[in-house]
Every structure is written in structure tokens, then in C-alpha cells.
Design a protein. Structure first.
Length: 229
């Protein structure tokens, strides 16, 4: 009789040990409990609960989903690996990079202001295409790199960058006709803003000032007049 060792993932081993240490199960009972939890079949109600939970908590970990699922369904015992497979295979979720969004962006107050602005345009017969332009400012770090990169398995992606210095500030204006004007501002190192570094003070450059913005507005207005907008 030849004994062939079975390979288990670290998460599976941790779960098995947890049953022994935290629940005071004997090895035979823990093994039986662990096998049963791997063979559990999730119902449609379970699946709907997981789907809603992940949708409402996109940064959750599998342990959170498993704990809340078992708390909501008292008769259910399931391990994290089974929940993970259900999330990725059955529900088709995948881990992607998160994108931060300001909470007030779609708040009721903001939505109301948007509605009032649209009503103002309609009531005053404002030609949206000819009379509306969009101006915004964007900053770019000089040592910015692509957030993802290729590497051999088990090795990190290391990209050499320059020490963090002054950032680039871009002002742009566009309409339904396309880009109207753009201005790049590189701050100069003679502002009055100071930062304390290692017990000393050094002057840090300012970003876009009001004078820069006024010059940009003049350039933008001149371009709009030339285009007859």
C-alpha cells in the first residue's frame, strides 16, 4: 500500500487548523467538517446574497463574504475557497484596479444643481453647442509611470523614476467642436510656500496661480472670437 500525499493550498490548511484550534474539533471531525464544507452547493438565494454583497462592497475580501453569508444563513457551512470559486466562476466577478470617485460627485445636491443648470439653459434658449465651453485643470507628476507592468512570475516590477519634483499643470478648454485651447504651466522654484524637510526649510514652487488662469482665459477668448463662437 503506497501513501500518496495530497497537496493543499495554504488557505485550506489554515481553515483545517482553525477548525481544530478555534472549535476544539478532533482531527477526524475537523476533516469531516472540512470535506463537507467543500462539497456544499450554493442555492440561488445564496448566490443572490453574494452577488449583492460584492456589488455593494467592491473592496471586500473573500473572508468577509464568507462570514456574512454564513451569518445570514444559519444552516450553511462553507469555506472561503468555495465562495471564491463561486464569485469568479458563477458570478463572473474579477479583481481589477479600483478607481476613486468623490462621494459628492453624484450626491442629491449635485444632481439638483445639474438639473437647475439644464433648466436655465432651456429657459434662456442658450445654444449649448455654440455658447458652452468646458475648462478644467489637470496635474501630472513628472515621475508618473504606467500603473501596471510585465515581469516574470515571482519577481516584482521595478521601474526607475526621477526623484519627485515639481508637477506639470495643464489648463484645457474644449467644446463640442473639439479642443479650443491648452496651456501647460511648469511651476518655478521661487514661490513663498515652504516645506520643512529634515529640520530645514526650502521653497516649493507654486502650481497654477490666478494670473496664469487669467492669461489662459484671454487666450481662450481670443480663439473663440476667431472661430466665431
Amino acid at each position: 500500500m503506497v501513501w500518496i500525499p495530497t497537496k493543499y493550498k495554504p488557505s485550506q490548511m489554515a481553515e483545517f487548523i482553525s477548525l481544530i484550534q478555534n472549535h476544539n474539533f478532533k482531527i477526524s471531525k475537523a476533516a469531516s467538517k472540512w470535506r463537507n464544507s467543500n462539497n456544499i452547493k450554493l442555492t440561488e438565494n445564496h448566490s443572490q446574497f453574494i452577488d449583492n454583497y460584492v456589488e455593494n462592497h467592491p473592496t471586500c475580501i473573500v473572508k468577509d463574504v464568507t462570514d456574512c453569508l454564513c451569518a445570514a444563513f444559519d444552516d450553511l457551512t462553507i469555506n472561503e475557497s468555495s465562495v471564491y470559486r463561486h464569485i469568479t466562476d458563477k458570478l463572473q466577478f474579477t479583481l481589477t484596479r479600483t478607481q476613486s470617485r468623490i462621494a459628492e460627485r453624484n450626491s442629491e445636491d449635485t444632481m439638483e444643481k445639474r438639473r437647475q443648470f439644464v433648466e436655465y439653459l432651456m429657459e434662456n434658449s442658450v445654444d449649448f453647442k455654440r455658447k458652452c465651453v468646458f475648462v478644467d485643470e489637470s496635474e501630472f507628476k513628472k515621475n508618473m509611470v504606467r500603473p501596471v507592468g510585465w515581469s516574470k512570475k515571482g519577481t516584482p516590477v521595478e521601474v526607475e523614476v526621477q526623484p519627485e519634483g515639481t508637477n506639470l499643470s495643464n489648463l484645457g478648454c474644449m467644446s463640442t467642436y473639439g479642443l479650443i485651447a491648452v496651456s501647460q504651466q511648469v511651476p518655478k522654484s521661487k514661490g513663498y510656500k515652504k516645506q520643512k524637510i529634515a529640520g530645514t526649510k526650502r521653497a516649493l514652487p507654486h502650481g497654477t496661480k490666478s494670473s496664469h488662469f487669467l492669461l489662459f482665459v484671454e487666450e481662450m477668448t481670443s480663439t473663440l472670437n476667431k472661430l466665431g463662437l
